[in-house]
Design a protein around this ligand. Structure first.
Ligand code: KG4
Ligand code: ZN
Length: 311
């Protein structure tokens, strides 16, 4: 197996993902990345059984590059196409072979937290899952990135904020807590609360952010993780499900991982993906493709990218 990722450093320079630049980078890197993956896996194109690709949700320009390339490759090597839903692939990342760790048993709840989505997914089978809670505004990753930006941390700020937070005091600052019913999430109120706190406290001390950066990071991280864990536990109690998992870029967050692990003491079975399968990766698309392959579900050459692909 090979799981190759072409990192797009260009986004750091612009402080966010510029769609036009992202799709150009995809176009430039897709062939070298596939060549690299084949070389690591010691395989030839002729060894491939099928080509799985992400149909959506995501940025149109980037999806089009992947879909078009997959179609062309399918025609060239005469192998079938498999379309994959990006969010389902994040959940199925738990089934990538992992020495010594068994995949979650059904049913389980998966908190899928990325830069674009925040969802609680009820997973009854590899092809039977539904979203039972979601954000009504910003995604958790977006909340991390926007808060990090307020602290002067470069994009994507989530991982760096997480690193800085490790030695900070999470109780030093408190922020407004959202009151959203059912299993849904909201992060826009928290974002405003952080902004106002920084603005107010910077009025008396222009060095406030610099002097308190570590404690601000720890307090912000705790606020976001509290929101996520509260809703996940609410969902677990409501559905009577005792197996919990996390997925998506934010599942790399150290505090979220620790807090989930701590739930084992309360009798929950928890599943935390390896770091390399948390953020976007090709292996999760391949495993989702493998499940579809086994069911005999293939896409036609008429398939198109869908930036808002539903479940
Ligand atoms: O799943 P992903 O790689 O891409 C999307 O599909 O969005 O998630 C990226 C998001 C970014 O917002 C990034 O800041 C966040 O995941 N992220 C983290 C951490 N690592 C990645 N957020 C908090 N703590 C982390 N350690
Ligand atoms: Zn993702």
């Amino acid at each position: 197996m090979a799981n190759c990722i072409a990192t797009q450093e260009i986004h750091q320079k612009y402080g966010g993902v510029v769609p036009e630049l992202a799709s150009r980078a995809h176009q430039e890197q897709i062939v070298p990345t596939i060549e690299e993956a084949l070389s690591i896996a010691k395989m030839e194109l002729s060894d491939i059984d099928a080509i799985a690709f992400t149909r959506g949700p995501g940025l149109m320009g980037s999806l089009v590059v992947g879909v078009s390339f997959a179609k062309a490759l399918s025609l060239a090597i005469k192998k079938p196409l498999i379309d994959v839903n990006h969010m389902k692939a994040h959940v199925l990342a738990h089934f990538i072979e992992n020495e010594g760790t068994a995949p979650p048993s059904f049913p389980f709840l998966c908190l899928t937290v990325s830069g674009g989505h925040t969802q609680i997914v009820e997973v009854l089978g590899s092809n039977n899952m539904s979203v039972i809670g979601a954000t009504i505004d910003d995604a958790a990753g977006e909340a991390f990135d926007k808060a990090a930006k307020m602290l002067g941390i470069d994009y994507p700020g989530g991982p760096e904020l997480d690193k800085i937070a490790e030695t900070g005091n999470p109780e030093k600052f408190s922020f407004a807590k959202p009151r959203i019913k059912d299993l849904d999430f909201s992060f826009s109120g928290l974002k405003t609360s952080i902004l106002y706190k920084i603005r107010d406290l910077s009025q008396d001390n222009s060095d406030f952010v610099r002097e308190n950066k570590i404690d601000l990071c720890a307090s912000i991280r705790k606020s976001i993780v509290d929101i996520l864990i509260d809703k996940l536990l609410k969902a677990a109690k409501q559905r009577g499900i005792r197996t919990l998992a996390i997925a998506g870029g934010v599942s790399a967050n150290r505090e979220l991982r620790r807090r989930l692990l701590a739930l084992e003491k309360e009798g929950y079975k928890v599943h935390i993906p390896q770091f390399e399968y948390c953020t976007d990766n090709a292996a999760m698309v391949a495993i989702a493709g493998k499940f579809a392959f086994e069911r005999g579900e293939f896409a036609s050459q008429g398939v198109s990218a869908d930036p808002r692909l539903k479940w």
